[in-house]
Ligand binder design. Structure first.
Ligand code: NAP
Length: 283
């Protein structure tokens, strides 16, 4: 039997159609008031600029307004904190996205944590992570939340399955491990000090590649019948996993591109619309 393609592109389009209806209803209820997603781009990293542009385009498609804040590469932590304070205080701004990574002189963690919890639609704050981990209401980190939605859509069973996550970054590896754990998977979280990675990956019913190194996870490590989730994206349209070798033998896989990437943006849009709906309820 051929593997199921976990088609993030198709699912994200369906999600966007639903969101467009919800933002239209919101606008009608609020007398045309905009619901804004503010994006902050610091510096001139071309990949980050592309990601921010893609997020702005998605806002247009779903009927959100996008406000782009662009800051120079010499921006200090204090200056960035002041910008975030301004957006926190703006009643029309429903969500704030600070594009990662920021230049090295900036204390990224401090800036992430300055984002008001109710506007943390990218799920980057320490408080948001803690609440998500404790299964309290919070917007989970966008990429992991997108992966979980994709797995749910394709009815991939998680309870009692062994998930092996390779990578433990605050925006990806750690939160996806916690979300899988909360879904009753047994989770192994691997990182650069992990020993015998190949053997651990070989035990996985579900493999999540979140390493940031092109095709680092070899197809020969992955057991037949596993579900393969590749969060990586590198120039040339390749991910963190050697996908070509597993497409024939795995149960399901996320293509690169068209798997996890579109779901990240769909999560961000979903969280922003939810934040706008919540704010509208409270006014
Ligand atoms: P990151 O912050 O660089 O983290 C990489 C992780 O991989 C670290 O935890 C690191 O371990 C681990 N690692 C590095 N070398 C390793 C090794 N030899 N063995 C085992 N683990 C190793 O990266 P990230 O931001 O999480 O991104 C990971 C990938 O996801 C990238 O390809 C990125 O482009 C992609 N991504 C995609 C989206 C999307 O929307 N599709 C969003 C975000 C990221 P240590 O902690 O020990 O250093």
């Amino acid at each position: 039997m051929s593997a199921t393609v976990l088609d993030g592109k198709a699912l994200s389009l369906a999600i966007e159609r639903d969101l467009a209806q919800r933002t239209a209803a919101l606008r009608e209820r609020s007398g045309g008031q905009p619901a804004i997603l503010a994006t902050i781009l610091v510096g001139d990293d071309p990949a980050s600029a592309t990601y921010v542009k893609m997020k702005g385009n998605a806002c247009l498609r779903v009927g959100l307004e996008s406000r782009k804040v662009e800051l120079g590469r010499e921006t200090s932590t204090a200056e960035l904190l002041a910008v975030i304070d301004g957006l926190n205080a703006d009643p029309y701004v429903r969500g704030i996205l600070l594009q990662h990574p920021v230049p090295a002189q900036i204390d990224e963690r401090q800036c992430f944590d300055r984002i008001a919890l109710e506007k943390d639609v990218d799920g980057v704050t320490t408080a948001g992570f803690g609440r998500m981990a404790m299964q309290e209401p919070a917007y989970g980190s966008a990429t992991p939340a997108g992966i979980m939605r994709l797995l749910k859509h394709y009815q991939i069973g998680l309870a009692g399955r062994h998930a092996v996550v390779v990578g433990r970054s605050p925006i990806l590896g750690k939160p996806i491990a916690m979300m899988l754990l909360n879904a009753n998977a047994t989770v192994t979280l691997c990182h650069s000090h992990t020993q015998d990675l190949a053997a651990l990956v070989g035990l996985a019913d579900i493999v999540v590649g979140a390493v940031g190194k092109p095709q680092f996870i070899k197809s020969s490590w992955i057991k037949p019948g596993a579900v393969v989730v590749d969060a990586g994206y590198h120039p040339g349209g390749i991910g963190d996993i050697e996908l070509a070798g597993v497409i024939e033998t795995c149960k399901a896989y996320t293509p690169v591109p068209g798997g996890v990437g579109p779901m990240t943006i769909a999560s961000l849009m979903t969280h922003t619309v939810e934040a706008a709906e919540r704010a509208a309820q409270n006014t």
